[in-house]
Write a protein that binds this ligand. Structure first.
Ligand SMILES: Cc1ncc(COP(=O)(O)O)c(C=O)c1O
Length: 458
């Protein structure tokens, strides 16, 4: 009998022959056949032909419920009619002018009204640029250069943001004095020296580290839900401890709300009642088109004022482009307390159904997250930080990725790290469909898990 990995991969290949064929041509063009690391998975990703509402349609003609929503960015699913109309109207009037537009002011004012920390803001083309600009603002304002980030925190695709993204055991030092870990061989020692890593959800250690490094720390940046580590919510106590310690020591606090803005109208800062100095945004505010934004008090944002003697340089060809502004305004216009509550309720239903499925099959697993953000983990240990979560990943071997493939074959898409999120395009029936798919996938995989990873049976 073939091992579990071979069984699942063979079934996936037989189910998706056209994607298997298309990846061959792609491998001639792109290293490994893909142009975006986070969207890749083995043995090959599905090629998608089109999408509508909460459905993806792949090259083999499968209809798949999309619980990935382009890594949480699509709160209304795909091809939302209002967004499509707004983008088509704008396209007829031109796509970018290198000039201010009414649409920038409209979307900017909407965000300014909703988000407690934002008195003034600027647009960028991505969440990566948005977090980077908050750090440059903090450095310019404080005159200090080091940045504290959380172990396992992801803030985009640039060197500093990826330090200690994966704090592997053996490389990351003691839990209360972590050492910076490079994500790959491209990170120079000078960048490592700029970062003070901090364990997530550990208020005492965070406060001690901020006090110890206060003379050189410009900012502390944190995601209110640790996304790429598997949707681990920060405790309110932890966020408040960061707030108190940064205020006491002249360090700026940055919330990366690129993912968590979907939790409440004013983001996680409103949900927790902890207001940072600067906030980075992205994903949902663009209605599905590329975007980012960052903002804070008028006083802090003044460093970008063009009339200042030496303003912080902020350019980028597609910042504030009218297409993203139009799509963003159309998407945000339909995003209100009622639709947010409904989307969060769907997330609660999904988490609880997934947890019941693990319990029914006697497999040590859990669904965690907050509101519409959900992540599966193949461990029943409490998950509060990056090190504990990585330990769970390592112990469960390839089961995460096999479960991801098994769910795809049952018509449910998530990130390969088993991240799911809900959208306004979904109904209770779509959520129940995903729960049934997990039920069936676990029933099929259980004999193999029992034979090869008995520690996961409980
Ligand atoms: C929390 C967080 N911050 C920043 C980013 C970077 O955003 P972008 O991919 O738009 O550059 C991401 C992207 O996944 C993210 O999840």
């Amino acid at each position: 009998m073939a091992d579990l990995r071979t069984q699942v991969h063979d079934a996936y290949r037989a189910w998706s022959p056209e994607s298997a064929h298309l990846i061959e041509a792609a491998r001639d063009v792109f290293p490994g056949g893909d142009t975006r690391m986070s969207a890749h998975f083995g043995p090959y990703p599905l090629f998608i032909e089109r999408a509508e509402g909460c459905h993806l349609y792949d090259a083999d003609g499968h209809e798949i419920r999309d619980f990935m929503n382009n890594f949480t960015s699509l709160i209304h699913g795909h091809a939302n009619p209002d967004v499509v109309e707004a983008v088509c109207d704008q396209m007829r009037q031109g796509s970018a002018y290198a000039a201010p537009t009414r649409s920038q002011v409209a979307l900017g004012s909407l965000l300014q009204e909703r988000i407690p920390s934002i008195e003034q803001l600027r647009f960028t083309s991505s969440g990566s640029e948005a977090t980077l600009m908050t750090l440059r603002c903090a450095r310019a304002v404080t005159g200090k250069h080091r940045i504290m980030k959380m172990e396992g925190g992801y803030h985009g695709s640039y060197e500093l943001a990826e330090v200690s993204l994966v704090p592997l055991p053996g490389l990351s030092g003691l839990p209360d004095a972590p050492t910076p870990v490079p994500i790959d061989a491209s990170i120079p020692p000078s960048i490592l020296g700029d970062v003070v890593p901090c364990p997530f959800n550990d208020p005492e250690t965070a406060q001690a580290l901020i006090a110890r490094h206060s003379h050189e720390l410009a900012a502390v940046i944190v995601e209110p839900v640790l996304g790429s580590m598997g949707m681990i919510p920060a405790t309110r106590e932890f966020l408040q401890a960061l707030r108190d310690a940064t205020s006491a020591h002249g360090v700026l606090l940055v919330f990366d709300e690129v993912i968590t803005l979907r939790i409440a109208l004013g983001g996680a800062q409103q949900h927790h009642g902890v207001v940072p100095d600067l906030t980075a945004l992205g994903k949902i505010i663009g209605g599905g088109l590329p975007i980012g934004a960052f903002g804070g008090s008028e006083e802090l944002m003044r460093v970008f004022h063009p009339d200042e003697p030496n303003p912080v340089m902020h350019a980028s060809t597609f910042s504030g482009n009218p297409l993203s502004m139009a799509a963003g305004a159309a998407a945000m216009g339909q995003w209100n307390t009622a639709t947010i509550e409904r989307t969060n309720d769907l997330g609660d239903r999904l988490r609880s159904g997934f947890n019941d499925a693990f319990a029914r099959h006697g497999i040590r697993g859990q669904a965690i997250g907050l509101g519409s953000l959900v992540n599966l983990h193949l461990t029943d240990a409490p998950l509060t930080d990056a090190r504990g979560t990585l330990d769970g990943f390592i112990r469960s071997g390839p089961i995460n990725s096999l479960l991801h493939l098994a769910m795809l074959q049952r018509g449910v898409a998530s990130a390969s790290r088993l991240m799911y999120c809900t959208s306004t395009a979904m109904t209770d029936g779509d959520v129940d469909f995903a729960i049934d798919a997990l039920d069936d996938a676990l029933a099929t995989l259980r004999p193999g898990i029992e034979a090869e990873y008995p520690a996961l049976i409980g």
